[in-house]
Write a protein that binds this ligand. Structure first.
Ligand code: NAP
Length: 342
């Protein structure tokens, strides 16, 4: 290598019980070793913070592999190649990859899920949000499970977040009446003023079913589920016959002491006397369409059909606090950490 690097990384120290507490995560430093043939060194520019990271810190059955004790916290990044012994990845290339909460990552050209970014003049961070994983999640869940039709009413929870803002804008562009559920008057105003929602309801203000009913006079045809719990229960009585419910996540339960036994939206909607068409999905189900959907979303961001907002924490040291904030609703739009300049 032309110079020596020290990697700082955040690892799982012990499995959190409920909310993340001091001592659950630790910051460690280690020298980066020499590259072998086929390897390249990535420097993290942007780290994406996503709710799924919390369940992966626990030992959850039927979910993705838990993060091992002592292992780096998982996460997608935008990174730049700073040294390379690979023909495929050249110095100065920008990629998205799952290198986690760390400043450097020694990658090999044979690894999956490392993609060159075709930025088309957009800021690189967009490829972690609206034209990235959360955008693809919104597009896939809405299109393939929500199956929106002109004139239908769509409700989305966590509407002011990364997935929710894209769901609302895509559904609106397809002729749906869009209603967002979010925490607080400020987020609701943002949905109306900036994201083009037809109505927005603050779930913290009480009587959610009653207030949803008043803005959904024809009932709900599609409920895009991000939250679960009391929000799902408030939506359920308003679902029309033939309604579709893409279950994207249930962030309200992620800090549970035991997510294995927590109530899920599948439990809630499955228990209805006339259940809607619902199913839990993961964005990777449509991985074969990765490039096509990324291209489509990039185009929509470029032409202004999808607007985006980001909440940015500065430096890897701020990642843990920003992640706690994300689970508590401190973010507007996509939550990112700016790890380094480029
Ligand atoms: N299935 C998949 O492949 C996939 C992929 C990506 C994301 N997801 C899921 O999509 C959902 C949204 O993810 P995101 O990345 O876009 O996060 P996000 O919406 O940007 O951030 C999470 C938001 O959840 C809301 N929230 C937290 N606790 C809540 C509670 N108890 N009740 C109601 N709202 C609560 C907060 O907004 P408020 O201020 O409005 O409370 C917070 O801003 C999550 O469930 C995530 O797991 C699934």
């Amino acid at each position: 290598m032309t110079r020596e690097y020290t990697n700082r990384k955040i690892v799982l120290n012990r499995r959190p019980q409920g909310d993340l507490r001091d001592g659950d995560l630790s910051m460690l430093s280690e020298p980066v070793r020499e590259l072998s043939q086929g390897e390249f060194l990535l420097k993290t520019i942007w780290l994406s913070l996503d709710p799924y990271m919390r369940p992966r810190m626990s030992d959850i059955k039927n979910y993705l592999q838990p993060i091992g004790i002592g292992k780096v916290i998982v996460g997608e990044t935008v990174s730049v190649v700073i040294e390379s012994k690979s023909e495929k990845y050249k110095q100065g290339d920008f990629v998205t990859c799952f290198s986690g909460w760390q400043e450097y990552f020694l990658a090999h050209e044979s690894m999956d899920n490392i993609y060159h970014i075709d930025d088309q003049g957009l800021p690189l961070s967009v490829f972690l949000g609206s034209a990235g994983m959360t955008g693809r999640t919104a597009y896939s869940g809405l299109t393939f499970i929500g199956k929106p039709k002109r004139g239908e009413t769509l409700v989305v929870s966590a509407a002011a977040g990364s997935v929710g803002t894209v769901v609302g804008q895509l559904a609106k562009a397809q002729g749906c009446r869009t209603v967002g559920i979010a925490g607080g008057a400020q987020k609701c105003q943002f949905l109306l003023d900036e994201m083009g929602f037809d109505a927005a309801v603050d779930y913290r203000a009480g009587d959610l079913t009653g207030r949803l009913k008043s803005v959904c006079p024809d009932g709900i045809d599609i409920y895009f589920e991000n939250v679960g719990g009391d929000v799902a229960k408030a939506v359920a009585p308003l679902l029309n016959k033939g309604a579709r419910v893409p279950i994207c996540g249930y962030v309200s339960a992620y800090n549970s002491q035991d997510l294995n036994t927590a109530e899920t939206p599948m439990d809630i909607f499955g228990a209805l006397s006339e259940p809607p068409e619902f199913r839990y999905f993961q964005v990777r189900e449509w991985h074969d369409q990765y490039h096509q959907i990324t291209g489509l979303l990039t185009e929509k961001v470029l032409n202004g059909e999808i607007k985006y907002t980001e909440t940015i924490a500065q430096g890897l040291d701020s990642a843990e606090a920003a992640f706690i904030g994300l689970l508590g609703g401190a973010n507007l739009g996509k939550q990112l950490v700016k790890v380094a300049d480029y």
